[in-house]
Write a protein that binds this ligand. Structure first.
Ligand code: SF4
Length: 348
């Protein structure tokens, strides 16, 4: 524990001199911290900046988020993936409206009672926005602490993550917990990089860190692999009639629930099979052009996709079965289409 206590001064000094200028670090507003933390969970900070500003401009308050129509919300989140996160954020915003008058509670346990807010996000909001001394343990923090202590405990285990959180809580300063949490995260993001990329030579903790002293950083932290992703083959169709493209709404439950997609079917179809499928949909195909292959990785599934562009006869009706034919500008403005389809949208 003493070793961990020693990191405070050099860590905070380094953070104050080297932290990145991020839009959500300016005001320390709980709503902004919340949104940024959810956005940053799977996406690089540089990419999040633009999304964050656009989202805040469209939905500047908890009330705006609570009342936002679903399609607009999905559109604002388009490209960030993990759409359940934004759905949960909206449910939590509704809870905040009902229970706390629109202000996120300044209480760690109460924050954890909100939909989609776990230990990490509650810790970040509580410490950064409200100055409550609680840890915010993300992957970066787990890596830094495991290396400083040269711990070989498996960070995939919830109990180990909890123990690391308790160790941080025992040594973190009470006068600037937000800076301390962010400093640990920032060090993991900029210096204590995964695998062999750790920049120990530039690290303010070099003289304290056991992994640096013993040359074990590249092997730490220990993390057992979760089970491999299921591979799913799909054939994706860019069906166009003149200036419109066919899209359809996905089911209300399951992967990418409620979003829009390019029509697609399971398996890798050949051209003839694809044309038969299009005819079965009641459309008259005129031409088919292969668009090559692409893959997209979700948390538990990997799609290996084969694409075709299909030109069909001009339609009188803008709807055909469950398909909607929409102009490119309409798709751009109105319908949230997950990035899994980007490769074919670009080529189509
Ligand atoms: S000295 Fe190296 S391993 Fe230790 S915390 Fe710094 S970057 Fe990570």
């Amino acid at each position: 524990m003493e070793r961990l206590r020693e990191i405070e001064k050099p860590l905070l000094k380094w953070y104050r001199q080297n932290k990145r200028a991020l839009p959500w670090r300016v005001e320390k507003d709980p709503y902004e911290i919340w949104i940024s933390e959810i956005m940053c969970q799977q996406t690089r900070v540089e990419v999040v900046k633009d999304y964050f500003e656009r989202f805040l401009e469209a939905l500047p308050t908890v009330r705006d988020l609570a009342e936002c129509p679903e399609e607009r919300l999905m559109k604002l989140w388009e490209g960030l993936g993990y759409y359940n996160r934004v759905r949960n954020m909206q449910k939590a915003a509704q809870q905040v409206m009902g229970l706390y008058g629109g202000q996120l509670p300044a209480d760690y346990e109460a924050l954890k009672g909100l939909k989609g807010i776990g230990d990490y996000t509650a810790g970040a909001i509580a410490a950064i926005a409200y100055g409550i001394p609680v840890p915010a343990v993300d992957g970066n923090v787990l890596r830094v602490v495991s290396r400083v202590l040269e711990s070989r405990e498996d960070i995939a285990r919830q109990s180990v993550r909890r123990q690391i959180g308790q160790k941080i809580q025992a040594v973190m300063p009470t006068d600037c917990p937000g800076d301390y949490d962010q400093a640990l995260m920032e060090l993991g993001a900029l210096i204590c990089l995964p695998g062999a990329q750790a920049k120990c030579g530039q690290c303010p903790l070099k003289g304290i860190c056991l992994a640096a002293a013993h040359g074990t950083a590249a092997k730490l932290p220990v993390k057992t692999r979760s089970k491999p992703r299921r591979i799913e083959e799909r054939t994706v169709l860019v069906i166009q009639d003149g200036d419109c493209v066919a899209i359809r709404k996905r089911a209300a439950k399951g992967l990418l629930a409620g979003l829009y997609e390019l029509p697609n079917v399971k398996g890798h179809l050949k051209e003839e099979e694809t044309l038969s499928w299009v005819r079965e949909m009641g459309l008259g195909p005129l031409r088919i052009r292969p668009l090559g292959e692409a893959k997209h990785i979700f948390s538990h599934v990997e799609w290996r996709m084969r694409g075709y562009q299909i030109r069909v006869q001009q339609l009188d009706e803008r709807r055909q079965g469950d398909m909607i034919f929409a102009r490119a500008e309409e798709v751009q403005e109105k319908y949230a289409i997950p990035s899994a389809f980007d490769a074919f949208i670009r080529k189509g």
